[in-house]
Design a protein around this ligand. Structure first.
Ligand code: NAP
Length: 367
């Protein structure tokens, strides 16, 4: 970890693009208590720009709007902003060119949006799964002529929990096929999201683009960077995605075919004992053991387990044999924390620890 991170002193100034949205306000809230990052800019659409953040945002969280955010004036989503790097929680209709413009202007961009995830030189990052993919940033900068800027993305909210649970199994036994059925919370659709008349007392068996993301993103995440390109993991995935009337927390029923035979006990042990190295465990938002294995027969449940590990854990339960593939389990993760804001925070922390946020910050100090 960079020796320059002093205890008790915030070191990097963060901007949030899309700060008024569901994901953006979670990031704003998590930054308030963050030991390394200080929120200095918020930006959103022309509907919000020019207003004080407290007046522009429709705040959905139980905790009050952080004091330091209330008074900030919402800016347009265009550089320059007074910060060392930006988080992006922008709607995907605008995120593509806006994020590229910030990278071009020298800002590291830590994005939640789908737009750049599958690009051949952009890391799709879950630090516990594929920290090695950060090596692609040098290639990205060269390909695009970026100086201190670049783009790093986190996966789709339902992919996040799945990929985390698959990681120890891919490492220990190899995985060949995955079948997953999701039950996804309404907060995953942003605000105001799914109309109450559609979702109350109902299940909607369609989320636009979600199955395609779940069938491709894990292959990139679980693959590797060979120095020139990403090599996907050779695994076949099939996903059914459903919207259910749960507020927060995406639950998934997963069946897996392994490359190497393993007992249910060995699979459960691989999940239970999965832990990260000291570098990752030292990051403020990280958990040493990001997978929690629930022992109760009727867990995980969104209302009871979404906040496990401050929302950063993937909670796995019901690990058992599968008559079709080799075994099956249930996994739950908080879509707005593990699947969005917390994921972005963790990605930014890893970038900071590896000195990758220092480019613009260093240049600004020198001028
Ligand atoms: P959201 O609540 O609809 O918020 C969208 C944000 O984008 C708002 O700040 C909005 O600003 C801004 N925006 C919309 N149109 C804009 C424009 N034309 N120009 C500039 N800013 C604009 O959406 P969300 O749920 O937070 O999701 C944000 C992104 O994260 C999306 O790409 C989504 O796919 C992704 N994501 C979401 C989740 C989740 O669980 N919700 C999880 C992972 C990833 P105004 O308030 O001013 O309109």
């Amino acid at each position: 970890m960079s020796g320059a991170i002093e205890k008790g002193k915030k070191r990097w100034r963060a901007g949030v693009l899309g700060a008024t949205g569901m994901v953006g306000q979670r990031i704003v809230q998590m930054l308030a208590q963050h030991p390394w990052f200080e929120l200095t800019e918020v930006a959103a659409s022309e509907r919000s720009a020019g207003k004080r953040y407290a007046d522009a945002v429709r705040w959905h969280l139980n905790e009050p709007i952080p004091e330091e955010a209330r008074k900030l004036v919402v800016k347009d989503v265009a550089p320059p902003l007074d910060c060392d790097f930006v988080f992006s929680g922008l709607d995907s209709s605008v995120a593509g060119p806006v994020e590229a413009a910030f990278a071009k202007a020298g800002y590291p961009v830590v994005s939640n949006s789908k737009n750049h995830r599958m690009e051949p030189d952009v890391p799709l990052l879950i630090p516990e799964v594929n920290a090695g993919h950060l090596a692609s940033i040098a290639t990205q900068k060269k390909n695009h002529g970026y100086e201190s800027g670049f783009i790093v993305t986190n996966p789709n909210c339902s992919t996040a929990g799945l990929a985390l649970a698959l990681k120890p199994l891919a490492d220990a036994f190899g995985i060949e096929q995955v079948h997953v059925v999701t039950m996804q919370a309404v907060s995953g659709a942003g605000y105001p999201g799914v109309p109450s008349m559609d979702i109350l007392g109902n299940v909607i068996p369609y989320i636009s683009g979600e199955e395609e993301k779940m069938e491709t993103e894990p292959r990139k995440l679980l693959g590797h960077w060979d120095g020139k390109r990403f090599v996907d993991l050779d695994v076949r995935l099939s996903a059914h995605c459903n919207r259910v009337q749960v507020l927060d927390g995406h639950m998934e029923s997963v069946s897996v075919k392994l490359k190497k035979k393993a007992s249910v006990k060995e699979v459960r042990e691989a999940l239970r004992t999965f832990e990260v190295d000291d570098e990752l465990a030292g990051l403020p938002t990280a958990l040493r053991r990001p997978i929690v294995v629930a022992e109760e027969a009727d867990r995980p449940q969104p209302r009871r387990d979404s906040d496990a590990g401050a929302g950063m854990a993937a909670v796995v339960g019901r690990v058992r044999a599968c008559p079709l593939l080799d075994f099956k389990f249930t996994v739950l993760s908080h879509n707005l924390v593990r699947g969005a804001a917390g994921a972005a925070l963790l990605n930014a922390e890893l970038l900071a620890a590896r000195g990758l946020l220092d480019g613009k910050a260093g240049k600004d100090l020198a001028t």
